[in-house]
Every structure is written in C-alpha cells, then in structure tokens.
Design a protein around this ligand. Structure first.
Ligand code: F6R
Length: 261
C-alpha cells in the first residue's frame, strides 16, 4: 500500500484528479468508481476544472456507484444517485446513461444486489475506485465486522454512521435510513486501482488502523492491505497517528516519476 501525505484536502483532490485524468487519457472509456460524502468533493472539483479547461475528455467515461440508501426514492436529493448526478455526472459532463448503480428502491433487494454485481462484471470491472473512510473504518458501507470477502448486499448502518450522516438530512438522525446497499469488500477489491482519501483529525485513528493495524474485519478498510495497487492519500491531520509517516513522506518524495500514482 502506498501512503501519500499531502498538506491539505485541496492538494489531495488535485493529486487524485490528475491520476483520474491520466487514466482517462490512456483509457477514455474507463469505469470510475465513485464515493459520496464530503471527502471526495475536492477530487470532483479538481477534475471538473480539468474538464472545463479541455485537459481531459470525459465523453466516453463511465461511472459506478459504491453504495446507496435503501428506501430513498432515486429523486430524493440525498439518494446517492441524486448526489452523484449533482456532484459528479453534471460537473464532469458525463453522460447519465454511462452511470451504473444499484436500485435502492427495489422490492427484492438481494436480486438488485446480484444484478448490480452482474452489471459491474459485464462492464469489465472498475478501473479506479475512489473511497472515503468512515470514522469507524468503513469503506463503502461495509461497517465493522463485514466479511472481507463480502459481495454487494444490504447492510445496517451503525448509529455512529447515521449520526455522522445526519448533516445531510437537516441534522436529523431520524431521517437517515438504517439500511444501505453497498458493494462488498470482495467486490471493491476487484477494482484495478483503489484510491482512499481521508482528511481531518476525525479520520486519524481509522487511517492508522487501516494502514498500520492488523488485517481485521473490525476495521474494514484494512482490507486494502490485500490489494496489489492501493493508494491512501491523507492530509497532515488524518496522518497524525501514523507511526511510519516520515518513511511515507520519504518514499513519495523519491518516487520515480514514471510510476505515477
Ligand atoms: C459513501 C461512502 C462512505 C464515505 C464515508 C466517509 O459513498 O462510501 O464510506 O466515504 O462515510 O464520509 P465523509 O467523506 O463524508 O466523511
């Protein structure tokens, strides 16, 4: 796993957006796996600026959703489908028909999950999966205790995650759904490249457990240790509990330019 310590969220956003732009220049029809929440916004903003400047062409790019609330109509402003339309598809000029996501309103949730796995496989798999991390170490909505081999399925959010997400629902935790459909950890690990962005002091413990803790379901993000191409981008605050921070800085500063992210 590569750990890149950046001065702030904006620098992290720029670094990851450039990796996405390079991928799209190599493979214009790349399938980008995207996360919602606050952390990835600087990535989407930096990539949108490149699109507007003509530095990258997204006309053939495809986007895959990581997770979705169960029971929120897709037109609800906080359904992740709506959020991604607003924060990713529109600013990046990506065709809405190039979007893959699970149906959070399906009457038959297990079938909807299996169909989404199938769609991802038929699409050729995710080229680059952008991830955030929960304060409890979740990726997607694989909460602590999730099988490290799990596939797309329904999960119950922890109370901590619902409290964390209440800010998107007028601060009212009761409006945050209890259930989500999330790509499983096994599903996420099939992407070609995993890029996890974490910013702020609140993520420091989860980042330390992910990078330097044991591989364990109690910290689902620790599954990144199993992936041959995983990049963890953290700002100084999120990096503050990493024991090997100086080594990560040294490694990145001396990285061969041809290697990219
Ligand atoms: C959302 C997702 C979650 C978030 C995580 C962090 O699609 O997959 O794992 O990335 O809850 O959320 P923020 O970035 O809002 O702190």
């Amino acid at each position: 796993m590569e750990v890149v310590i950046v001065p702030d969220a904006r620098a992290g956003g720029e670094l990851i957006a450039e990796a996405m732009a390079q991928l799209l220049r190599r493979k214009p029809e790349a399938l980008l796996g995207v996360a919602t929440g606050s952390t990835p916004l600087p990535v989407y903003e930096a990539l949108a600026a490149k699109v507007r400047a003509g530095a990258v062409d997204t006309s053939r790019a495809r986007v895959a959703q990581l997770d979705e609330y169960v029971g929120l109509p897709s037109e609800h402003p906080e359904s992740y489908r709506s959020v991604l339309r607003r924060e990713v598809l529109e600013p990046l000029w990506i065709d809405p028909n190039s979007f893959l996501g699970p149906d959070g309103t399906a009457a038959d949730v297990p079938t909807a999950c299996a169909e989404y796995e199938w769609e991802l496989a038929v699409a050729g798999g995710v080229d680059l999966q952008l991830l955030g991390i929960g304060t409890d170490g979740h990726i997607g909505f694989n909460e602590p205790g999730s099988s490290l081999a799990s596939r797309t399925r329904i999960k119950t959010l922890t109370q901590q995650t619902r409290v964390d997400n209440a800010r998107f629902f007028d601060g009212d935790v009761d409006q945050v759904p209890h259930h989500v459909i999330t790509q499983g950890i096994g599903t996420i690990l099939e992407a070609q490249h995993l890029v996890l962005l974490a910013t702020g002091e609140g993520k420091a413990d989860a980042v330390a457990a992910t990078v330097e803790g044991p591989l364990a379901a109690i910290c689902p993000a620790s599954a990144l240790q199993l992936h041959p191409h995983a990049t963890v981008v953290v700002d100084e605050a999120a990096a503050s509990r990493l024991k090997l921070a100086d080594y990560y800085r040294h490694t990145f500063a001396n990285k061969p330019v041809w290697q990219g992210l």
